[in-house]
Design a protein around this ligand. Structure first.
Ligand SMILES: Nc1nc2c(ncn2[C@@H]2O[C@H](COP(=O)(O)OP(=O)(O)OP(=O)(O)O)[C@@H](O)[C@H]2O)c(=O)[nH]1
Length: 301
């Protein structure tokens, strides 16, 4: 049986747990009279390549060629700028202030043009010559069972990164990591029956050509490159006829990690809006505790 308790008032409870009466306060409470340490100017020895905030979760609006064509997703923001050797610190509050300005102006639409505007305005707000932003988010899209056509939602992890430098303009990169099935060609070759297969993760990091425009959905193009080269695609809803097709597709299209990165690279090579790319594949091996990995990078002339 529980002990009967006489709960003291909230103030008494706080005192019981260590709260004390505020002491004499002598420091200014008005912003203009407060010390502004971060804006001190002195020789602080080194310039800093990147200072700012990371792991900022924020809702964003995402447009997509695949259904749903518009979605709200939760992005993870990293925002930085350089600071010179003669500045003590950055103005941390201005990063989230800038994010809030976009939220209040109809929501943060995660387009490249919007990121360009955001990054340039961020540099201006920070009174720096440059700013960088990296946004990582799950992108959701419908996927149909190959026979039943039953629909469910899949997702891949996407990242967009933009750097603005006064006088230089913008540099951009994008990354997509998507899950696939791979079936081991060696296992298929040597075994009387079956072959081990596993969930693999294909990551594609790309640099766009200068004339890239967002009429082409880069996410959908990269997803296509990864999935159409896999042993089989991953599906949220599968009935028996679907499962039979997916299983047989994997057996008909065996892939090593090396095969995956080379085949995906060939697709990215053919995409005119991509200037350079790195492809990685990581197979979570079902017959080992370790993963099998491969990666390659290529820059087009
Ligand atoms: N530069 C810097 N600031 C930090 C850090 N950690 C916390 N902060 C705090 O971030 C707070 C807000 O920074 P600021 O944006 O410079 O605040 P402010 O000077 O009132 O804002 P402005 O009016 O925009 O100049 C400061 O009170 C800092 O103490 C840090 O590692 N570096």
């Amino acid at each position: 049986m529980n002990r009967e308790i006489k709960i003291p008032s909230k103030k008494e409870r706080h005192q019981l747990f260590g709260s004390v009466v505020p002491g004499l306060k002598t420091k200014p409470t008005e912003k203009l009279k407060m010390a502004d340490l971060q804006n001190s100017k002195k020789d602080f020895l080194f310039s800093i390549d990147a200072v700012g905030i990371s792991n900022v979760k924020h809702p964003v609006i995402l447009l997509s060629d695949l259904s749903p064509n518009e979605q709200t997703t939760i992005a993870n923001f990293k925002m930085t700028s350089t600071i010179s050797y003669d500045s003590k610190g950055t103005n941390m509050s201005r990063f989230t202030e800038q994010l809030e300005a976009y939220r209040q102006n109809g929501g943060f639409v995660l387009s490249l043009n919007n990121l360009f505007d955001f990054t340039k305005e961020l540099a201006e707000r920070l009174k720096q010559n440059d700013a960088s932003i990296e946004v990582t988010f799950p992108w959701f899209y419908e996927r149909k069972g190959p026979s039943s056509a039953l629909v469910g939602l899949n997702h891949s992890e996407a990242t967009l990164a933009v750097t603005y430098e006064e006088g230089q303009g913008f540099t951009t990169s994008a990354k997509l990591t998507t899950a696939i099935t791979t079936l081991c060609p060696c296992s298929k070759e040597i075994s009387e029956y079956s072959a081990h297969n596993q969930r693999g993760y294909v990551s594609m990091e790309v640099e766009f050509t200068p004339d890239y425009h967002e009429q082409i959905d880069w996410k959908a193009a990269l997803l296509h490159a990864a999935e159409t080269n896999a042993s089989a695609m991953i599906h949220p809803v599968l009935k028996r006829p679907d499962e039979k097709m997916v299983t047989e597709s994997a057996y008909e299209n065996p892939r090593f990690v090396e095969d995956m990165v080379r085949l995906v690279a060939a697709d990215l090579y053919e995409l005119d809006f991509i200037q350079a790319f790195t492809v990685q594949c990581r197979n979570e091996e079902s017959i080992h505790l370790h993963d099998a990995i491969a990666s390659l990078s290529y820059r087009k002339n």
